[in-house]
Design a protein around this ligand. Structure first.
Ligand code: PLP
Length: 402
């Protein structure tokens, strides 16, 4: 399988580094850095504030990014897109602005054991402050959430289900549509952590039934420092601001203020407009590649990687046996080797993988390990890289003296 995309990623052309840490952050194609450079060199001015040409163009590019993000995830209205710094901030916005004002003692927030800490700690905070209780969906050993588990844990006490679309450790895609249907029947709302899904699959928030959807630009070819919180218009209109100050107001007196319309009510201070321009370019790039191609390439690479690792008897792979259920993420351990040692020794061979608890410590406990190694692929990776990676993994025990 040829890979024409690679030419667009200068960092990948530098040397023979194998970059398999795409679930942590993806690489940026030239088109994204050029869009940001265009912004910096042609219209860098504070958007929404100036009445002159540069500021007007900055505003237009910023709002175009909002429209692009809305279209990407199938939002009904671009005002349902709030720009944040990242998924973590998006989820915190929902927790501070919605949960603290809508939950009370006796209410339940349902999360899964697989959540990234970013989709757990904000709910722990909301539960502590409101007296609500956290309820955990327990996965099967391969990461599957069964219908039985979902329908038994989501009850009339549930007010919110906060669920990862794709696990950053197991790579499993959760049945978000079923979860949303069950939650809505029980009168609860659904927040979906889309950090690991928007880079890999076509998302439609309306079809999924997501009331809130959070994602980060930097995991989907965009720059760091720009993220999105999608929320249904009616919710955003009712929610109080998360942060306050400049830009998010309509009128301010000495003692009080009225707030701007959505989404500006949630975007206090100077925004990351050049980051938004980069996100726009990333969305365009993803659309050009196409999610079908992305899936096809990732499935092929993942199958090759899993087959190679399975050939080494001392390796445990976590999650499903089926490469199609990994979203490019292969988490594993090498018997006798600490994952940190594995990642460090691989670094000396120009291989970048992630090792540790992956910000998912409750899941590590569930898996019965303290940490794991994780190789995460993207469409620009190659079969040749996978083969070289497997060959090096076969040597790790020797290098570490086991
Ligand atoms: N949720 C999931 C599933 C993730 O994988 C990550 C990052 O790895 C996050 C949330 C947090 O993303 P960010 O650091 O961009 O806020």
């Amino acid at each position: 399988m040829t890979n024409a995309y690679r030419e667009d990623f200068p960092i990948l052309l530098q040397d023979d580094t194998i970059y398999f840490d795409n679930a942590a952050t993806s690489q940026r194609p030239r088109q994204v850095t050029e869009a940001m450079r265009y912004f910096d060199e042609n219209c860098n001015a504070n958007p929404m504030r100036g009445l002159y040409r540069w500021s007007i163009e900055a505003t237009e590019r910023y709002e175009q990014a909002r429209a692009d993000a809305a279209e990407l995830i199938g939002a009904a209205d671009s005002r349902e897109i709030v720009f944040t710094r990242n998924t973590t901030e998006s989820i915190n916005l929902a927790a501070y602005s919605w949960a603290l004002h809508n939950l009370k003692e006796g209410d339940e927030i349902v999360v899964s054991v697989m959540e990234h800490h970013s989709n757990l700690l904000p709910w722990q905070m909301a539960a502590r402050q409101t007296g609500a209780k956290l309820v955990f969906l327990e996965p099967e050993p391969d990461g599957t959430l069964t219908e039985q588990e979902i329908t038994s844990k989501i009850t009339e006490k549930t007010r919110l289900v906060a669920i990862g679309h794709v696990s950053n450790v197991m790579g499993v895609t959760n049945p978000v549509k079923l979860i949303a249907q069950t939650a809505h029947k029980a009168g609860a709302l659904v927040l979906v952590d889309g950090a690991q899904s928007t880079p890999h699959m076509q998302v439609n928030v309306q079809e999924l039934g997501a009331d809130f959807y959070a994602f980060s630009g930097h995991k989907m070819l965009g720059p760091m420092g720009i993220g999105v919180l999608y929320a249904r218009k009616e919710l955003l209109e009712e929610m109080p601001p998360f942060l306050s100050g400049g830009e998010m107001i309509e009128y301010v007196s000495r003692e009080s203020a009225t707030y701007a319309e959505i989404p500006h009510k949630f975007e206090a201070g100077t925004v990351n407009a050049s980051g938004a321009a980069g996100l726009s370019a990333a969305i365009r790039y993803l659309k050009n590649v196409g999610y079908d191609t992305i899936r096809e390439r990732e499935e092929c690479l993942t199958a090759r990687l899993m087959e190679g690792l399975r050939g080494l008897p001392y390796i445990t792979i976590y999650g499903s046996e089926d490469p199609k259920k990994h979203c490019g993420i292969v988490t594993f351990n090498i018997e006798g080797c600490h994952p940190h040692d594995v990642a460090s020794v691989l670094d000396t061979e120009n291989v970048a993988i992630r090792a540790g608890h992956h910000c998912a410590q409750p899941l590590m406990k569930f898996l019965g390990v303290g940490s794991t190694a994780r190789a995460s692929l993207y469409f620009y990776n190659t079969e040749e890289e996978v083969d070289r990676f497997v060959e090096k993994i076969g040597k790790v025990r020797g290098w570490l003296g086991y």
